[in-house]
Design a protein. Structure first.
Length: 84
């Protein structure tokens, strides 16, 4: 059973704001809020996978250190994250 778009958005917003460190909470919440309303259903699924990556991986991705290690289906979200 797939979730509807609003349920996924709510899940993503919640997860982005409870990451474990205050710095990552702020970064991910602001990033998610800046793009979430322009994404289609499939992109929301990708964003959900992206925000569930480990904090250390996300920090490395933001610093463009691990681009080659990310799943190909998350590249679109990664590009938005790098620009953010």
């Amino acid at each position: 059973m797939s979730q509807n778009k609003e349920d996924i958005k709510n899940k993503i917003i919640y997860r982005s704001s409870y990451r474990g460190t205050k710095e990552m909470d702020i970064l991910m919440t602001n990033f998610v809020k800046s793009i979430i309303n322009e994404l289609d259903y499939n992109q929301l699924i990708q964003l959900d996978k992206f925000i569930n990556l480990d904090d250390e991986i996300l920090k490395s991705l933001k610093n463009k250190e691990l681009k080659h290690k990310i799943d190909e289906d998350l590249i679109n979200i990664l590009q938005k994250f790098e620009k953010f």
